[in-house]
Design a protein around this ligand. Structure first.
Ligand code: ADP
Ligand code: MG
Length: 376
C-alpha cells in the first residue's frame, strides 16, 4: 500500500525580478508562493489582484502572510512548465504556418480587454491611476533621476566622445534622417507628462509576455488597478516588439531558465544595428527583426484592440500623442541606458528620437505595414 505524502512539497524557486516564486504541491492543491521582500509592493499586489480578478481571468489568491523581511502571497498555480504556460512560449513556438493557437489567444485577449474597457473606461485625474511605471518613475527622486540625474551617458566607446547632453546641439541621424533630441527637455517633458486627466480603465498595467498566461490569464498584480489606456497599449506593443524577445533575455537571462526557447529565438528577434560618429554627431542605422509570431501578435493586437480604442477615445492625432510619453518611459525607464552594450543604448536612443519626433507614427514605429496585417 502506498502511503500518501501529506506534507507539502516545495519545488525549486523561480526568480524573475527580486521576488522568488516557490511551486508548492499539497495533496489537494498546486500552489505557487510569491515571496516579496517589499511589504508595500506586496500590499499593492494583493489590492491589485482583488480589483483585477473582478474583471479578468486570474488565479485565486489563497492567502497572504507577513513575515519578517518578506510578505508571501500564495496563489493557485496555473499549469506552466518548461516552454509552456505563457504568451512568451506561444511567441517562441517555431512557425510551421499554423497560426490558429496564437490567433485564438489574441482574439480572446483583445475581446476581454474590449469588454472590460467598455465598462470601466473613464477620463480620470492622475491621482486615480496606478503611478508605479510612469508617474512615480518620472517624478523627482524616481527612477529617471536614479538612472540619469548624475550621469551624462557616453554615446561612443571613447571616454572623450559625445554624450547624451551633446545631442541638444548636434542632434542625431537615424536611418539617414536627422532628428533633434534634447535630453534635458525630454526629461522635463516626461516629468510633466503624467499630471493631466487621461482615459483610463481597469487593467493589469504591465501586460508583458511573461505576465500573460496561456490559457488566458493575467499574472503579476503590482500595477493592477486603474491605468491609462494608452499606457496599457504602449506597454504591450513595446514589450512584444523589443523587450520580450531581445532586450530582457539579453540583459536578464536568468529570468528565462524555464523558457529556454527564448534563447533559440533571440537571433531572429535581434535588430541589426550599425553606428558611427561623424564630426561628433551619432549616425545610427537599424533594421528591426522579429519572429513571424511576434509580428502577428502585434498586428492582431493593433487591429483588434488598439485601432478600435483609438477610434473611441483618441480621435485624429490624439492617439499618437497619447502613446508618446508611455512609450518613451518604456524606452528609457525600464533599463538604465548606462548599463547595456553601446549599440543597444544607441538603438534605444534612436527609438526615443523617433517617438518624440514631430511626425511620430505608431504604425511606422512598430513597422505595422499593411502586408503584416492579417486579413482574417
Ligand atoms: N499563479 C501562477 N501559476 C503559475 N506560474 C506563475 C504564477 N504566478 C507567477 N507564475 C510564474 O512566475 C513568473 C513570475 O511571476 P510574477 O508574478 O510576474 O513575478 P514578478 O513580480 O517577479 O515579475 C511568471 O512569469 C510565471 O512564469
Ligand atoms: Mg512579472
Amino acid at each position: 500500500m502506498r502511503i500518501p505524502n501529506l506534507f507539502p512539497r516545495i519545488g525549486t524557486p523561480l526568480t524573475f525580478t527580486r521576488n522568488r516564486l516557490y511551486p508548492i504541491d499539497t495533496p489537494r492543491r498546486r500552489l505557487i508562493a510569491k515571496c516579496m521582500p517589499d511589504h508595500g509592493e506586496a500590499r499593492a499586489e494583493a489590492r491589485g489582484h482583488r480589483l483585477l480578478r473582478a474583471w479578468y481571468p486570474a488565479p485565486e489568491l489563497h492567502c497572504r502572510l507577513r513575515l519578517p523581511g518578506h510578505t508571501v502571497l500564495v496563489y493557485e498555480r496555473l499549469p506552466a512548465g518548461t516552454d509552456h504556460g505563457l504568451l512568451l512560449d506561444l511567441l517562441n513556438t517555431p512557425d510551421d504556418g499554423d497560426h490558429s493557437a496564437l490567433d485564438a489567444y489574441m482574439r480572446h485577449l483583445t475581446d476581454t480587454y474590449l469588454r472590460v474597457f467598455t465598462r470601466t473606461a473613464k477620463l480620470s485625474p492622475p491621482s486615480a491611476l496606478v503611478g508605479k511605471l510612469y508617474r512615480d518613475r518620472a517624478a523627482p527622486g524616481g527612477r529617471l533621476d536614479h538612472y540619469y540625474a548624475h550621469h551624462d551617458i557616453p554615446l561612443t566607446a571613447a571616454a572623450d566622445g559625445a554624450r547624451l547632453s551633446d545631442l541638444a546641439r548636434t542632434g542625431l541621424y537615424v536611418n539617414g534622417d536627422h532628428h533633434r533630441l534634447d535630453w534635458a527637455k525630454t526629461i522635463s517633458w516626461l516629468r510633466g507628462a503624467f499630471h493631466t486627466p487621461v482615459w483610463s480603465a481597469i487593467s493589469q498595467g504591465d501586460p508583458t509576455d511573461v505576465n500573460l498566461a496561456v490559457p488566458l490569464a493575467w499574472l503579476d498584480y503590482g500595477t493592477a488597478g486603474r491605468n491609462a489606456i494608452a499606457g496599457e497599449i504602449a506597454n504591450f506593443m513595446f514589450s512584444t516588439a523589443v523587450l520580450g524577445g531581445w532586450l530582457v533575455p539579453t540583459l536578464n537571462p536568468q529570468a528565462f531558465t524555464q523558457h529556454p526557447a527564448t534563447f533559440d529565438r533571440l537571433p531572429e528577434n535581434t535588430p541589426r544595428i550599425s553606428t558611427r560618429s561623424s564630426s561628433g554627431t551619432p549616425h545610427i542605422r537599424f533594421t528591426d527583426r522579429l519572429t513571424r509570431a511576434r509580428r502577428r501578435a502585434l498586428s492582431r493586437y493593433w487591429e483588434l484592440l488598439a485601432t478600435p480604442l483609438a477610434a473611441r477615445y483618441f480621435p485624429g492625432d490624439a492617439f499618437a500623442e497619447a502613446l508618446r510619453p508611455y512609450l518613451a518611459m518604456r524606452i528609457i525607464a525600464v533599463f538604465d541606458l548606462a548599463h547595456m552594450p553601446l549599440d543597444m543604448r544607441l538603438y534605444l536612443i534612436a527609438k526615443l528620437a523617433l517617438c518624440t519626433a514631430p511626425d511620430f507614427s505608431p504604425a511606422r514605429f512598430f513597422d505595422l505595414t499593411e502586408a503584416t496585417c492579417p486579413t482574417s
